[in-house]
Design a protein around this ligand. Structure first.
Ligand code: WTA
Length: 649
């Protein structure tokens, strides 16, 4: 923990929407009188039928979460139509291509037309309220159009990250029985094409074998690359939208109607379909986008996430557009054509608010300051980070070099499940400490509990729970409410358990220490060790696998795999390569193992449970401190594991 503190500067304070006194007063009201507080702030979006009820939530029993439950609204209307009169000709989306010579600006009026046309195409294909639409897209504006078109007609979107494999896509199609896909011929990242349509074709085949027949694949032409075509199923986006009507009435949605499903990894089993609904989600992401980034009308805002993750949903599309902001979508990668790309884009589009991940910061820090200092960055006012704990060195570099020491850094802690920011500084209100996500956002009641569930007071180190509901919270696991209750509300009765460990210092500041469950965070991408293990054991040479994370300078965590082979199979470098390729095929490149250790046996207790604590220590090359191994069925396996470790420092 760094002991430096950065008070709010005079310039930041003069400009800020929320100062410390306001934060304190609003925060108190938000947790003492949530009905009054959210009843007031719920009005920041337009409702076709105003709500009369605000909060109706319970974290016990069947767990039921309802906000603004008798109100009606439409997310697409709030993100587009209501801005047309005041800022129809303002840019809504700046598209910056992978190729630095390609960019495009889409005004709110144009956005309205694109979204209406697409919504009409979907309707003509039979998509209606409640139907699941899968969006498997690169970072191009059509991805946002597709999300908003779904919201407009009440369809529920499931965006699948474009880096996922056909298998992973198929699993998600099947889980929510989605029969309509929006994709594109190929994506383009770092100058290399990504075969999205080919992947889709394969996924559709796998889904069919698992009982889900995809009826329509709508294909955006991005590269013009060669693809195969299934007549009767595949439709070109450009031909279909060209002839579609530019008017499409938004469907009034109940506040608690589903808006989207987003699959995310947990400590066990397959990824879960996190379900978010309409009213509370939009209120929460719009409000947090405004206050956390101190967003003012006219600001150019850029979040570098991918729309395939929750950050892209909440803080590229829904939050910014609900606020009438100009949001930048970047198709490419931070190191193409070179490591100065981010800073060039900031100058080119005069970006005021910049939001990225610690892994990107660490990797660009490694490239050297010259890439940064050759740009001006004078437009920047606020910097943000998300996705994983940021180490104080990276925070310091971001603050001092990227922000020239003048821009506050908002380190925002939150999750797919939480919908929006949970623990975060507000630029004008919160003194910063490098590496700390600082204080709770409005309505959020963090609690630290020990392993027995006792609530810890004052400065403490424990498991992070949230004591009461907030409007942006997920409502259920799609199709499996029991799993929702089990995963989040059974470890500590009556509280939402985040899966994160956390410290609170004497000033009441929160410091997230990382996951305390079997979830990995690799370059800000969330992954279950169980998913990687099940990919490994599906290879015919593998009999058993155990996967743990280990500290990695750039990625935050690396993936370390212990693999026991079928009898008669020999470990070799070729087999290592084959296993890496196999995992990439099963899940996607983000899950590529960093280290594979062939192990004749894994350390198990007499009841057969793998002792991951020992595996983690060996992966960290910290085997001097293995602790008690006397409960192992065969303590001898440890010597072999240590002798053959793959991460010798
Ligand atoms: C981690 C991403 C520390 C955390 C929005 C959480 C963070 C998981 C931070 C959720 C942060 C996210 N500091 N850790 N500022 N932000 N995390 O669902 O472990 O992809 O539980 O949501 O990322 O990842 P997810």
């Amino acid at each position: 923990m760094s002991d430096k503190t950065y008070p709010v500067s005079k310039e930041t304070q003069a400009h800020a929407l929320v100062d410390r006194a306001t934060y304190d007063a609003w925060y108190r009201e938000s947790v003492e009188n949530p009905d009054v507080f959210w009843g007031e702030h719920g009005k920041r979006i337009d409702w076709s039928t105003p709500y009369t009820k605000v909060k109706n939530t319970s974290f016990t029993g069947d767990v039921s979460i309802r906000w603004f439950e008798d109100g009606q609204t439409n997310v697409s209307f709030n993100c587009i139509d209501r801005h047309l009169e005041t800022r129809g000709d303002q840019v809504a989306i700046i598209f910056e291509g992978d190729n630095p010579y390609i960019d495009k600006k889409i005004t709110y009026r144009e956005l309205h037309q694109h979204v209406c046309r697409l919504a009409n195409v979907m309707k003509a294909q039979g998509v209606g309220k409640g139907d699941r639409v899968t969006i498997y897209m690169p970072m191009i504006p059509e991805a946002a159009y597709a999300m908003l078109a779904c919201a407009r007609i009440g369809a529920v979107h499931s965006v699948v990250f474009g880096g996922f494999s056909p298998d992973a896509l198929a699993g998600r199609l099947v889980d929510c029985a989605s029969t309509f896909i929006v994709t594109c011929d190929e994506g383009m990242r770092g100058g290399k094409p990504i075969p999205l349509k080919d992947n889709t074709d394969k996924a559709v085949e796998i889904a069919a074998k698992n009982g889900v027949e995809v009826k329509t694949v709508l294909v955006v032409r991005r590269t013009g690359g060669k693809i195969t075509w299934a007549d009767g199923r595949d439709i070109w986006y450009h031909t279909a939208t060209q002839v579609a009507d530019t008017a499409c009435e938004p469907v009034p949605m109940n506040a608690e109607d589903p808006l989207f499903i987003l699959y995310t990894s947990g400590s066990t089993g397959k990824p879960k379909g996190v379900l978010h609904t309409t009213g509370g989600y939009l209120v929460y992401v719009a409000m947090s986008h405004e206050y956390v980034f101190d967003y003012h009308p006219g600001d150019i805002y850029w979040c570098t996430a991918d729309v395939g993750w929750v950050t892209g949903h909440s803080y590229i599309v829904y939050g910014p557009l609900a606020n009438g902001a100009t949001t930048l979508m970047f198709e490419g990668v931070p190191n193409h054509p070179d490591q100065g790309r981010f800073w060039e884009i900031i100058d080119k589009h005069q970006v005021n608010i910049f939001y990225t991940a610690p892994t990107a910061i660490r990797s660009l820090m490694g490239a050297g300051d010259a890439y940064v200092t050759r740009s001006s960055r004078k437009s920047l006012r606020i910097l943000g980070t998300v996705g994983e704990p940021i180490n104080p060195e990276a925070w310091q570099w971001y603050h001092d070099v990227v922000g020239d020491g003048r821009c506050p850094v908002v380190d925002t802690w939150w999750q797919t499940e939480t919908g929006g920011h949970m623990i975060t500084p507000l630029p004008g209100a919160t003194a910063l400490k490098p590496g700390s996500a600082t204080l709770p956002f409005f309505g959020i009641r963090p609690e630290l509990v020990d392993n027995e569930g006792n609530v810890l007071e004052g400065a403490a180190d424990g498991n992070l729970c949230i004591a009461d509901s907030w409007p942006g919270q997920m409502r259920t696991v799609y199709g499996d409410h029991e799993r929702f209750i089990q995963t989040y509300f059974s470890t500590y009765k009556g509280k939402y358990f985040t899966g994160d460990g956390c410290k609170r210092d004497a000033d009441g500041y929160y410091w997230i220490t990382g996951r305390v469950d079997d979830v990995l965070n690799v370059s800000g991408h969330r992954m279950g060790t169980a998913e990687v293990e099940s990919a490994l054991v599906s290879h015919d040479a593998v009999s058993e696998a155990a996967v743990v994370g280990y500290p990695h300078d750039i990625k935050g965590q690396g993936i370390y795999c212990y693999v026991t082979l079928m009898s008669g199979r020999e470990g070799s470098d070729d087999l290592r390569k084959a296993l890496v390729a196999h995992v990439r095929n099963e899940i996607g490149p983000i899950a590529s193992p960093d280290k594979i250790q062939f192990a004749p046996g894994l350390p198990k207790t007499r009841s057969g449970k793998i002792m991951r604590r020992i595996l983690r220590k060996i992966a960290e090359d910290d085997f001097g401190a293995l602790g008690d191994i006397s409960t192992l069925a065969d303590p001898g396996v440890v010597d072999d594991l240590v002798a053959n470790r793959q991460n010798k420092k």
